[in-house]
Write a protein that binds this ligand. Structure first.
Ligand code: GDP
Ligand code: MG
Length: 233
């Protein structure tokens, strides 16, 4: 009987390039974070504030994903020289090959850490391994407290979950307890860090980041070990 051929791993090529990225980044000692969140949750604001606060302490680069503009990279460039904008056109997420091309524009050997600001989207970016050490899921209180439970995959795969714009809590209907309970139910090991990047309240994030830079997953794992193995570091 004839059998229909099946292509089971449609992301095989992406995963192979992601492994090459991960191996290179780990060999060079560059901690790499894939920041995933919806449009407007405050990803670029958080990175601006992070770069401002860590300037002089750590050498950081950023790959900023966006459809057509260079607005995010322009903002980030004020705080760090090593910034590359990746325009995805109609693409709703970054892929490993785009990241590879972005990495080629950076002086990776000079970096301690690399942030990848993924395209604003809580769904598609989660499925694409880029070669990062960790994924970080970001939400904000203005999006509604049901967004974690409605986007479980980003919560499953994140090493930490960020809840931004807490300065707006007096003005919006957002139940922090319910949001945090949803996150814990989906991923019992992950912490929720409450932040207000817009007003500079990011200390819990900076502490988490400093701990990670001091003890990166790459020091505990083989160079090409997949991201699932470093889910909660
Ligand atoms: N009130 C408040 N606004 C914020 C905060 N963080 C970011 N914003 C604002 O939210 C909007 C989107 O921020 P941006 O960083 O561009 O979000 P991105 O699309 O996720 O990169 C901008 O107007 C920011 O000034 C915050 O903590 N509190
Ligand atoms: Mg942005």
């Amino acid at each position: 009987m004839k059998t229909v051929p099946i292509v089971e791993n449609v992301l095989k090529l992406n995963d192979e390039v992601a492994s090459i990225n991960r191996k290179l980044l780990r060999e060079l000692g560059v901690l790499t974070i894939d920041l995933i969140g919806g449009p407007g949750c405050g990803k670029t604001t958080l990175l601006e504030e992070t770069l401002r606060r860590l300037k002089g302490d750590h050498a950081i680069g950023v790959l900023a994903g966006d459809l057509t503009t260079t607005r995010d990279a322009d903002r980030l460039y004020q705080w760090c020289d090593q910034v590359v904008q990746i325009n995805t056109g109609k693409g709703c997420h970054l892929d490993a090959n785009q990241v590879r091309q972005g990495m080629a524009q950076l002086d990776l050997g000079a970096l301690d850490a690399l942030f990848i600001e993924n395209v604003g989207n809580l769904i598609c970016p989660v499925g694409f391994d880029l070669g990062q050490d960790v994924k970080v899921g970001m939400f904000s209180v203005s999006e509604g407290d049901d967004k974690a439970v409605k986007h479980p995959y980003v919560v499953y795969e994140s090493s930490v979950v960020l809840l931004n714009k807490t300065d707006l809590l007096p003005h919006v209907a957002f139940d922090v307890t319910s949001f945090c309970a949803d996150v814990k139910r989906l991923n019992p090991e992950v912490d929720v860090l409450e932040l207000s990047a817009g007003t500079g309240q990011i200390d819990p994030w900076l502490r988490w980041l400093s701990d990670l830079i001091a003890s990166p997953p790459s020091s505990r794992l083989a160079c090409d070990e997949p991201v699932s193995a470093v889910r909660n570091v």
